[in-house]
Design a protein around this ligand. Structure first.
Ligand code: IMP
Ligand code: MG
Length: 182
């Protein structure tokens, strides 16, 4: 579906400074949890988490490696799909390693449920989830992230890496999409 970019506007929900402060707090908690690790493999889910993971790893005073996975869960419409396809797998092994999955948003939970069951099957020693945003009211399968940046209501959001039809990832804040004329 193509989107007429004049058909909506974006209203700020979470400012850049609030995101930055929250990431500092999350980083301290993650450091505490993994304080004895010899290496933490931080796995970013492309593409929506690219800014979050960049800011988060720079706050982490731990021995960190960074890897990425891309799974497709959304088309260009505001609708969820239950079929999660692996578009790009990790480059590295995770067996017997400490792994932190970094996600932009947990919505229905289907994406994260699929990714965690796949990564668990590779026998990491510890596997945890950090998500910048969580929409618990939308959950259809049970998934719990140990670290949540912000719980948000059922709004379609963009910015800070998160897109609507591939646009608005470059906004420094999180905003909600508002259709014009509604
Ligand atoms: P889930 O499988 O329904 O939990 O969907 C998770 C994925 O859907 C996230 O990683 C996002 O890529 C996308 N998504 C969910 N909610 C939003 C939103 O409000 N804006 C943009 N993308 C979203
Ligand atoms: Mg995503």
């Amino acid at each position: 579906m193509s989107v007429d970019h004049s058909s909506y506007h974006v209203e700020e929900l979470i400012s850049a400074i609030d995101i930055s402060r929250r990431i500092g707090t999350l980083a301290r908690e993650i450091e505490g949890h993994f304080k004895d690790t010899d290496k933490l493999v931080v796995v970013g889910l492309l593409r929506g988490s690219f800014i979050f993971i960049a800011d988060l790893v720079r706050e982490l005073k731990l021995p960190v490696e960074v890897d990425f996975m891309e799974v497709s869960s959304y088309g260009d419409a505001m609708e969820s799909s239950r079929n999660v396809r692996i578009m790009k797998d990790l480059r590295g092994e995770i067996e017997n390693m400490d792994v932190l999955i970094v996600e932009d948003i947990i919505d229905t939970g289907f994406t994260m449920a699929n990714v965690t069951s796949l990564l668990k099957s590779r026998n990491p020693s510890r596997l945890e989830i950090a998500t910048l945003l969580d929409k618990p009211s939308r959950r259809e399968v049970e998934v719990t992230a140990r670290w949540v940046g912000f719980e948000i209501p059922d709004e379609f959001v963009v910015g800070y890496g998160i897109d609507y039809a591939q646009r608005n990832r470059n906004l420094p804040y999180i905003g909600k999409v508002v259709q014009n004329g509604n």
